[in-house]
Design a protein around this ligand. Structure first.
Ligand SMILES: Nc1nc2c(c(=O)[nH]1)N[C@H]1C(S)=C(S)[C@@H](COP(=O)(O)OP(=O)(O)OC[C@H]3O[C@@H](n4cnc5c(=O)[nH]c(N)nc54)[C@H](O)[C@@H]3O)O[C@H]1N2
Ligand SMILES: Nc1nc2c(c(=O)[nH]1)N[C@H]1C(S)=C(S)[C@@H](COP(=O)(O)OP(=O)(O)OC[C@H]3O[C@@H](n4cnc5c(=O)[nH]c(N)nc54)[C@H](O)[C@@H]3O)O[C@H]1N2
Ligand SMILES: [Mo]
Length: 687
């Protein structure tokens, strides 16, 4: 904490942005008389560079929002009515502990924790909470909803969630921005890309939607959703037939090249163009640009993001794209290669944080968070195990963000389901709670963060006291543990201790305390000489591990579950990428940000709208066999023919008919990793 030179009563506190975003910014919060008056980007942190996105610069508006939940609430109305009355912490926690203990006495696996990335903090995420559920023997949760497919794709190709260091994109000469609207969802990467652009780099955006990022790139390839694997194979085809290859790199540092080569040769650009719904010439031009960088002529970099892996073949597509740098030897230069996620670089002490030995030999079933709707409705069976009787939600808003909301809603509405929600606000999910417990925000608690877009560790110190009766997630689970009679010493670890130990001895905590961030000592060009952390030590075109699972060891194009087909009764593909001023469903209730986004919209191509007699501003019904969702149509050059864009993720209660886009999405899963397929979704639209 430092005293600001301007005012003796004003202090500045170093923190970290908690949100699910690759940027993980360093924050400076100005506090006067115990009130946070301003949250700014830390100018001393190179990646943040003193700048925040619009939404996080409004963090005080969110923190002091008049609708913050600041005391425990107990349901008084019917399930989902949203009617609650205040209760004391003691009454709430005692009742919750009694109810959970009764269920656990029959079968603890009937209790399901449900959490994701409301905060990315390692402490307010899965530390004491995980210990609590492990001790209880509750069902485990497979946290697949964001990155499972892409993560598997990386692991089975490069060996981990690793890649280029983000700062070196500034020195690249060709950048493919693939499945990422960086200006909206990875702003601090965009700064490096823009620097490269000013230095003469060519930027190509590959995205079905003409995003704000596509506007600023030299070229935009608007392929159909879920066809990236075909495009990558055709690129390989062109690199091979023109011999734009780094043969030395391929021979020394890759595995399975002959088989990959044969498969790629089945994908001439003409074939891929039909699948992708684009011109053959666009594929040839892309290959020419990428091939011109072969053999160290120019550094070529790829920034993938998770947007492209929310489809059936998401993991295979990531495998194919992650393999591209090896063909041209792009990894030889630190400004070449690919980055999807850097989160595997961090020496997180997960076992210590989560204390899995508290399971004491039990192996509870794991429930996939991406099929919550179905799972809440499943009866007890030999295959499934006990029906879910209690759901404890923290750091997530599943009714808004999980696919096929009608099923999630039906499940949450079960009278025999006991639901506890730890939250800042009365979200769509919290409306269905039996108890809402007030949680602190990032300004009010300790935490420590890794990042999936850079390689710095950040510490977050509390800037202000908890609002009202709010408590950190950790403290809520500590107190519940106490009431359940859990006496293990690990429940006494303080938040500060958890921060200190989260990275073991891998990080100098004193530097973190003083500076707020520490950069990991990772190599500049990690794969310049192979050293892939795969079983073979090579970039794996062919994965023996996948082959042993009975899967195709070689990556391929895997078509969508709901592949685009103009003759089907649902002839439009719908994608629902993030809105710039929301963070998934967070911030939707912050009025100044909601005012910028306006209202839930469906972007449509003029021809698709005209064919249905739809004009901009019309209320439309978007529907498929899973449900209907009403919103306003917006005819826009951002939508390509055959694809509609429903920017997400709105709170259902702000929608025209109390739904959002996830009323339409399906619970079908990805090829690997059990991820959701939000962007693999056919719909029809009528006025
Ligand atoms: N402002 C803001 N920032 C965010 C988020 C947010 O909600 N708002 N979300 C955060 C989260 S949770 C994550 S996981 C990260 C990454 O979040 P992502 O969801 O990956 O975010 P984007 O970078 O916007 O990438 C989505 C882009 O992929 C495109 N896309 C959709 N389908 C396909 C496809 O099949 N192929 C290709 N090539 N592109 C496709 C979309 O049109 C969109 O422009 O961003 C984080 N940052
Ligand atoms: N249609 C469609 N659906 C999507 C996506 C999409 O692109 N399209 N994106 C998907 C992706 S990539 C992701 S990552 C998921 C995200 O899904 P979630 O991780 O559920 O993200 P949020 O909607 O931001 O909800 C997080 C909630 O956690 C709360 N929270 C924040 N900090 C704390 C805390 O310290 N303690 C407690 N108790 N609560 C806290 C916030 O108030 C917020 O309500 O959504 C997915 N859903
Ligand atoms: Mo995500």
């Amino acid at each position: 904490m430092t005293h600001s030179p301007n005012s003796p009563t004003s202090t500045q506190v170093l923190g970290a942005c908690p949100h699910d975003c690759p940027d993980t910014c360093s924050l400076l919060t100005t506090v006067e008389r115990g009130i946070a008056i301003k949250v700014q980007g830390n100018p001393a942190h190179p990646h943040t560079d003193g700048a925040l996105c619009t939404k996080v610069s409004r963090y005080t508006e969110r923190t002091y929002h008049p609708e913050r939940v600041v005391q425990p609430l107990k349901r008084v109305g019917s399930k989902g009515s949203g009617q609650f009355e205040p209760v004391s912490w003691d009454a709430a926690l005692s009742d919750i502990a009694t109810r959970l203990a009764a269920i656990a006495a029959r079968n603890p696996q009937a209790i399901l924790p449900y959490s994701y990335a409301g905060t990315m903090g390692l402490v307010q995420g899965e530390s004491i909470a995980a210990r609590f559920f492990h001790k209880l023997g509750a069902s485990l949760l497979n946290r697949t909803i964001c990155a499972a497919a892409g993560g598997e794709g990386l692991v089975h190709t490069l060996g981990g969630k690793l890649g280029m260091r983000v700062e070196f994109f500034a020195q690249s000469k060709l950048i493919l921005i693939w499945g990422s609207n960086s200006i909206s969802s990875n702003l601090h990467f965009w700064r490096y890309a823009n620097q490269a652009k000013r230095n003469g780099a060519k930027l190509i955006c590959i995205d079905p939607r003409k995003s704000e990022t596509a506007d600023k790139c030299h070229e935009h390839i608007a392929l159909l959703p879920g066809t990236d694997g075909a495009l990558a194979l055709a690129l390989m085809h062109e690199l091979i037939t023109h011999d734009w290859l780094d043969h030395d790199y391929l021979a020394r540092y890759t595995l399975g090249w002959q088989a990959m080569r044969e498969r790629a040769l089945q994908w001439p650009p003409e074939r891929a163009a039909l699948v992708c719904g684009i011109e053959t010439e666009q594929i040839r031009a892309l290959a020419l640009a990428y091939g011109a960088c072969a053999n160290n002529q120019q550094p070529a970099a790829i920034r993938m993001n998770y947007g492209l892996q929310r489809v059936h073949g998401g993991a295979n597509a990531v495998r194919l794209i992650a393999a591209l740098p090896a063909l041209i030897g792009a990894w030889r230069n630190r400004a070449g290669g690919v980055l999807l996620s850097s989160s595997g670089s961090f020496p997180v002490q997960q076992n210590w944080l989560q204390q899995s030995e508290l399971l004491a030999g039990r192996a509870p079933r794991a429930i996939n968070m991406s099929t919550l709707g179905d799972d809440l409705l499943r009866p007890c069976s030999a295959e499934f195990g006990p029906a879910i009787e209690a759901l404890v939600v923290y750091n997530s808003n599943p009714l808004a963000v999980a696919p096929e909301s009608a099923k999630v809603q039906q499940g949450l509405a079960r009278e025999d389901l006991f639901t506890v929600v730890l939250e800042h606000f009365q979200t769509d999910t919290a409306d269905y709670a039996d108890y809402i417990l007030p949680a602190t925000t990032q300004l009010e608690h300790w935490d420590i963060h890794r990042s999936y877009g850079h390689t710095d560790v950040l510490l977050n110190r509390p800037a202000i006291a908890p609002l009202g009766q709010a408590k950190p997630n950790t403290q809520i689970f500590r107190e519940l543990a106490q009431r359940m009679g859990f006496t293990d010493g690990c429940f006494d670890d303080s938040d500060e201790t958890l921060c200190r130990q989260a990275f073991g001895t891998g990080i100098d905590f004193e530097v973190l305390l003083a500076k707020g961030f520490v950069t990991l000592p990772t190599p500049d060009a990690p794969f310049a000489e192979g050293n892939f952390p795969t079983p073979s030590g090579r970039c794996e075109f062919f994965s023996e591990r996948l082959a042993q699972l009975g899967l195709d060891g070689l990556a391929d194009h895997v078509p969508n579950h709901e592949a685009f087909n103009s003759c089907s009764s649902y002839p439009l593909a719908m994608i629902s990428p993030p809105a710039r001023n929301f963070l998934n469903s967070s911030f939707v209730n912050v009025k100044s940000l909601r005012d910028i986004e306006g209202e839930p919209l469906l972007e449509m191509h003029a021809a698709d709208a005209a064919a249905r007699g739809i004009a901009s501003g019309d209320t439309v019904c978007v529907f498929n066999a899973r449900g209907t969702h009403h919103c306003k149509a917006h005819i826009s050059a951002r939508a390509r023919l055959g694809v509609v864009n429903g920017l997400g993720v709105w709170w259902r209660k702000f929608g025209l008919d109390g739904t959002n886009v996830n009323q339409l999405t399906s619970q079908k899963l990805t090829d690997l990793g059990g991820g959701p397929t939000f962007y693999d979704c056919l719909v029809e639209v009528r006025k």
